[in-house]
Design a protein around this ligand. Sequence first.
Ligand code: C2E
Ligand code: MG
Ligand code: MG
Length: 376
Amino acid sequence: MIAQRLADCVSEQGFLVARMGGDEFVILVDRVTAVEDVIAVADSALAAVSTPVCVGDQQLVVSASIGIVDSAVAGTSVADLMKAADATLYWAKAEGRDRWAVYDPERSARDIARSALAAGLPVALDRGEFVLHYQPIVSLLDGRMLAVEALVRWQHPHLGLIGPDRFIGLAEETGLIVRLGEWVLRQACADAQRWHTEFPDAGLVVSVNLAARQADRPVIVDTVADALASSGLPASLLQLELTESAVMGSAGEPLRTLHRLSALGVRLAVDDFGTGYSNLAYLRRLPITCLKLAGPFVEGIRGTEPVDADHRDERIVDALVRLAHALELWVTAEAVETEAQAERLRALRCDSAQGRLFGPPGPAEDVTARLRGADL
Ligand code: C2E
Ligand code: MG
Ligand code: MG
């Protein structure tokens, strides 16, 4: 019935309709010059499909997703054309179905690069191509280095050092984040234990990011306990950073998981606080010890420069610091870049800070050197 409707809707113009198999059809729109003409055909095909289909006494609602490829015949092969149409069809599906999308070679190139990167992740993990950089978190009172945040990088054999923003999302989609995250955790605990052995008085905490997909699996408690036991790191020197969405979604099992993690003696921090959705009544009941204020709020605090003329960001930071203190939580400001920002944060009684002003993320040796310097 769908085939008949599609054929009917283009028969007047004489375009070819073919069924490729399963629920896939192709319409060949030739002898037109503008993509708008092809879009018009797509719109009429969507309309033709959308009328419910009656099968016996059942009414079935059908929708279609259409990938449009607008291409000159010269220099195009059938195989390439069909591949492009297929890729574009998936964009239409991803955007919510019952619609068309038009092929975009740049987007396609990005998709291909993305999937190549995703495909390379498991191999990279097995080959040991990931490295950890550490960024100091310092006290705003006396400038002492209280903690370091572990930030993963991929030392790619051809592309060089790749930042987490380019592959953490992919690792979350493919599920590899669980294995990658475990590697990060174990490596960070091992490094922190070396610092703890060499500089026991520093009490340096290592802060590790946990993806939502790691945090919501109850087995994370065993993984963390094992990482602590096999490295010998005291639990009090490990902090786990969770995003607001990972923490706030917690009900039932995940909330129990957070409490079990906390019972191990590790600290829990909420990362990028203020950028997600927080339920304040809920925050009160969570076993967390620290809020990390997201970079964008800190960015608005420029001290003397009137970037934030009505001091809105500053008032937000002020309120968030008070909120954290009312809940007896520590506050760390992220992305602090200037002395003026540090000064304002100090005045607002923010406890600690992290950012380029206090040192960019760097290899583990940089942390060792800094501890050694403080020791002298
Ligand atoms: P995040 O946890 O909020 O980490 C802080 C980010 O701010 C880092 O980016 C850091 O390099 C950057 N930053 C440091 N100083 C400054 C500054 O002065 N100004 C500004 N504007 N930014 C600064 P990075 O290393 O690219 O990491 C990006 C994100 O990737 C992290 O955000 C975290 O969400 C994620 N990530 C990194 N490592 C891991 C990991 O091992 N596991 C998981 N699940 N996520 C990770
Ligand atoms: Mg973090
Ligand atoms: Mg953050």
